[in-house]
Ligand binder design. Sequence first.
Ligand SMILES: *Cc1c(COP(=O)(O)O)cnc(C)c1O
Length: 423
Amino acid sequence: MTPPTSEPTRSAPVHAPSQHFPVTPGGDLLVGGIPLTRLAERVGSTPFYAYSRELLRQRVTELRAALPAAVELHYAMKANPMPAVVGFMAGLVNGIDVASAGELKVALDAGADPKDISFAGPGKRDAELRQALAAGVLVNVESLRELRVLAELQQALGLSARVALRVNPDFELKGSGMKMGGGPKQFGIDVDQVGAAMDLVRAGGLGFEGFHLFAGSQNLRAESICEAQRKSYELALRLAEGAPTPVKFLNLGGGFGIPYFPGEQRLDLAPIGANLDDICARAKTQLPLAAIVIELGRYFVGEAGLYVTRIVDRKVSCGQVFLVCDGGLNHHLSASGNFGQVIRKNYPATLVTRSGSSAEGGAREVASVVGPLCTPLDLLADRMNLPVAEVGDLAVIFQSGAYGASASPQAFLGHPVVTEVLV
Ligand SMILES: *Cc1c(COP(=O)(O)O)cnc(C)c1O
């Protein structure tokens, strides 16, 4: 079993993803205590994703220790919707955030309590709102239209809707990989339209629960996250004055990032914990009924997963070594650099070889790891220093637990779909 991840501090290792997956003296990796080569035999075919229960649990434990006990943790399942992962996470966190009726089904099947499921996402179809209403989940409303439709559906189904207003914040999350608030956005309701939304909530007799603010994703700067949380709280406090009923639910978003590239530091949770302590203390008197919620996807699952693909050809072209694998961007678009990266950088990667070159002190060379697709975009590792590998050896991409299989164009070029295992 791996030792618990060390406390995240400013002096934490800059970039050591293999600390999550210990290396055996023979150069194999341990996933949940199982050597990867043996796990590959167990899975029966490559490529596959492997996610570690132990690492998922560690993340949740670490967050609970760093954040105030009153803060509720929600898992945004779009980061990894594998049903077994969602089921496992549902048992560890306080709620599941879904972004489609398809995800809603997975969350309900996984045993998540409908009272703890929230449903965000722009462009919810009438049929999806109807399903959400019937399921009894909280709808994070993204537009005035959704409020009108929910009011009609309440009448038609004789059920009462639970709604929170997703507000497009009037500020940005600084230093975020993907901004999802501030300025013109397809997400949420603009601050100056919240009054009209409240009118629709009242007129429609909808069950108002609170607010949802989400400013962005993949942020490694604690100060930026703290600032966004403070501003979100202030905004919610201001908007609560116009609410029909007291705020019971206040989702301050998430955006906690994980380090992918050399030089990136782990997010420091200590200041975020202190900031939330402060917010929770204020909320106790200012919004006494409100549950303070943080919603995270990538941070829970990203580091707990590996993508494993087998080398099917070894070529040298113009002096450069290419290791051609049985999977690539068709399964792992984000590692290929084509899912939101501006400048392509290598995800941390290694090779597990039978020759022993992956053991400490083994022979290394510069090689590129590519997939089988007929496009130069199908690149998993560009000229990395790696153990010397042969056909049949395994290529491993770390930090692959989030935005992997479900965020990749698996039908592209007609190769087999990827297997996923929770270990
Ligand atoms: C995508 C998304 C998340 C999850 O983002 P991560 O960066 O994976 O933590 C959370 N909330 C909303 C509303 C989202 O759209």
